[in-house]
Design a binder for this molecule. Structure first.
Ligand code: FAD
Ligand code: UDP
Length: 398
């Protein structure tokens, strides 16, 4: 058997960045095992049967403030300039009050994150303007405030704004996404989408934002295209690995080089302490015979509908293909571990973190094993955070 210096399980961001760095900067022979039939992990994209470039595992928009991450990835892709903007689509509270020429099927729209313009859409021009000023006065040194923080404000008018935003943006969406209220989930999760004390309607405010010009998959293919890297697709690493008494065996032989594992920590150890809880998603793809379906890349259904959001890929990718478009609806539910289900979101809370810590302690008994990535670390990481962690880990290993 060919000798490898390093073993990597998974070919998503965590696996691909570490593989490239070890191969290129460390001159290590690297074996990457990937269970799926493709590289890229959950960032994988591909054309659908209508020729529309879609994201198979949910909409991915790249954004970062980390210059090193942006520069590193830019070696493997050019970027399409794209700033993601999202609107909420929800039923009007009082559709009868709208003059007939302004009626939009009883629905209303405003920018998400909720900002000073959303305030005017919600409360009317004058009242929205006044309340916006009041908010600015209440938080003079801040550019944004989280919904949970806003709800603590004792001022009755600000508390009424907080109630409005909670009801019209957060509580129903969060119930759909997590099966729990905003108070019950990790506060960092709703803090990802704050109330903006400005008119900035971009979903992300990072310095570097965009979409890989030809898609994510070609970026990953280039990253993994190196003479020192061997990628084996359709390969479940767990079928070839044995972990016992601090020793890792690959295909029955002890492997003492670094092994970077980017899959689920509980699965690596046979669910010994019980399964880690996750949320999974179902994606409803629809290809429609029209140029455009919606005004924005993503529309959040913050109050009604069984799905959380609809994404139309052409907005993200800039693809021009007349007469056809593909949209995707996201439905969230508890992950059961049934075959074919994908664990998309770790459910961060003290109990689950404690369970994860048992797996992390077990992993620490294997000196050459490193857990890296959104699954392996049981964290809610964006793509750039994983790339940054992969760069830091390989700095250490090199
Ligand atoms: P993954 O991408 O999950 O890769 C892990 C890989 O390991 C997978 O390919 C898996 O098949 C493989 N694997 C697991 N076990 C085994 C095994 N036993 N043998 C072989 N292979 C194995 N981030 C952003 O920055 N912007 C976004 O807009 C964004 N949108 C998102 C939307 C959704 C719906 C979701 C779920 C996530 C989104 N993210 C986004 C987060 C992003 O997907 C992750 O940060 C990133 O994919 C993490 O990379 P990873 O390598 O840790 O994990
Ligand atoms: N959220 C919400 N309403 C929205 C958008 C987000 O309640 O319109 C909450 C919800 O709890 C969600 C979290 O904020 O899970 C983070 O949203 P984000 O869009 O960052 O989620 P992701 O894209 O990672 O699924």
């Amino acid at each position: 058997m060919k000798q490898y210096d390093a073993l990597i399980v998974g070919a998503g961001y965590a696996g691909a960045v570490t593989a490239r760095r070890l191969a290129e900067d460390g001159n290590k022979k690297v074996l990457v095992l990937e269970r799926r039939s493709h590289v890229g992990g959950n960032a994988y994209d591909c054309p659908d049967s209508a020729g529309i470039l879609i994201h198979q595992y949910g909409p991915h928009i790249f954004h970062t403030n980390d210059r090193r991450v942006f520069d590193y990835l830019s070696r493997f892709t050019n970027w399409r300039r794209y700033q993601h903007r999202v609107i909420a689509n929800l039923p009007r509270d009082n559709p009868e009050a709208i003059p007939p020429h302004k009626k939009t099927d009883g629905r209303m729209f405003f920018p998400v994150p909720f900002n000073l313009d959303s305030m005017r859409n919600a409360f009317g021009e004058e009242e929205g303007e006044r309340l916006g000023r009041k908010l600015l006065d209440a938080y003079p040194a801040q550019s944004q405030v989280t919904i949970l923080e806003l709800r603590q404000n004792p001022d009755p008018e600000i508390s009424a704004i907080a109630d409005y935003v909670y009801e019209h943006v957060f509580v129903h969406y969060t119930m759909k996404q997590w099966g729990q209220t905003p108070e019950e989930i990790d506060p960092n999760t709703t803090a990802r989408v704050p109330v903006r004390l400005s008119r900035d309607d971009r979903y992300f405010q990072d310095a570097y934002q965009g979409m890989p010009l030809e898609g994510y998959t070609p970026m990953f293919e280039r990253m993994l295209d190196h003479p020192n890297i061997t990628v084996e697709l359709n390969t479940d690493a767990l079928k070839r690995l044995e972990l016992a008494d601090g020793v890792i065996k690959l295909d029955g032989q002890a492997f003492d080089g670094p092994m970077i594992y980017t899959g689920q920590a509980d699965e690596l150890f046979g669910f010994r302490f019980g399964p880690l809880p996750y949320r999974t998603l179902e994606f409803g793809f629809e290809t429609l015979p029209r140029d455009v379906y919606q005004t924005h890349g993503t529309v959040n259904y913050t109050v009604d509908q069984p799905y959380t959001r609809i994404t139309e890929f052409k907005h993200l990718t800039g693809q021009e293909l007349p007469g056809v478009t593909t949209i995707m609806k996201e439905y969230s539910r508890a992950y059961t571990g049934a075959g074919g289900e994908i664990p998309y979101y770790a459910i961060i809370n003290p109990d689950n973190n404690a369970l994860y810590a048992k797996y992390a302690d077990l992993a620490a008994q294997y000196p050459n094993l490193r857990l890296l990535g959104r699954l392996a670390e049981y964290k809610y990481y964006n793509m750039d955070a994983i790339a940054a962690r992969a760069l830091a880990l390989t700095d250490e290993l090199l």
